[in-house]
Design a protein around this ligand. Sequence first.
Ligand code: NAP
Ligand code: ZN
Ligand code: ZN
Length: 347
Amino acid sequence: MLTVNAYAAASADARLEPVTITRRDLGPHDVLIAIAYAGVCHSDIHTVREDWGPVTHPLVVGHEIVGIVAEVGSAVTKHAVGDRVGVGCLVNSCRTCENCLAGEEQYCVNGATGTYGSVDADGTITQGGYSTHVVVTEDFVLRVPESLDYAAVAPLLCAGITTYSPLRHWNAGPGTKVAVVGLGGLGHMAVKLAHAMGAEVTVLSRSLSKQPDAAALGADHYFATEDPQTFAQLANSFDLIVNTVSAPLDLDAYLALLRLDGTMVNVGAPPQALPIHVFTLFGNRRSFAGSSIGGIRETQEMLDFCAEHGIVPDTELIDASYLNEAWDRVLASDVRYRFVVDAATFA
Ligand code: NAP
Ligand code: ZN
Ligand code: ZN
């Protein structure tokens, strides 16, 4: 086993501190990755703070990982030492259920293995990317195109695929009107990706403070949701609304912005159950949906799409010692638009 440096919190309300963890010896299909950069997702915070339920502490989170292959198992064919690779939110799944066979491993009916906080095949709890190294089975390791800025690319592995997948599934493209609610890590990627797909993109953010940024990201329109006029003005407007907000919202107010057969898809994951009035859905035959990250094949497709279109997240590079402040700033929506940790500073 390999002992490596990482950051974790001792309990749900503790600060992140340096820890050491072990990574398993390489099996025949395993890849050892020397992590270069790790993105900071709001889900890392929800998980450690136990917003979604209890976890086993200390837990190393982080599921936006890029690095270099340092060693490969004897039977590995997909990756070679020196390759630039990525790992997102999944490190394994049953591979035999209907959804896995369809390439939708995130919906594995037997429960996919998450990059952190899941029970692994050997019975240990998976530990994520706030670390110097990780061992992952080759089929769940992505190729990260060399043309994409290495220090900025990591958030594609969660924020990128989580927004790409619903945009594709609900056919965002030329002639469609897409609204993105919440301009954070996921939201800013939704804007970049929907714009690149050719959709007409509207940002719905609480205040006007991010309006100049939204235009630079590719948004065509921008409205502040703290202004009640926004909801009157935009009624019956959108084909697709992607809600990335991490907190509860008045869903009926947003659903009313959908035109005939429009869909609002929630990717934001507040812990609370949220009410919906069915009469809001009856109007315009509206749909309310959820979407979880994306499968491995689609994640590779997303990375290749980003390379083709020159898309990388807007990031702020930090040292590991800044992680606690970075989490506070994410909770205060004071991030433009994703923190990325230089993994050398986990050492
Ligand atoms: P983030 O960077 O913190 O962005 C969330 C945005 O939501 C903020 O920038 C803010 O936008 C808005 N917001 C925050 N608090 C709000 C409140 N009280 N009322 C209204 N708006 C509020 O977070 P993220 O990393 O993008 O993640 C967003 C959510 O998606 C989290 O819940 C995360 O767990 C979830 N997630 C889900 C998946 C999935 O597979 N479905 C994957 C990754 C993450 P404005 O300042 O523009 O209003
Ligand atoms: Zn995430
Ligand atoms: Zn499965």
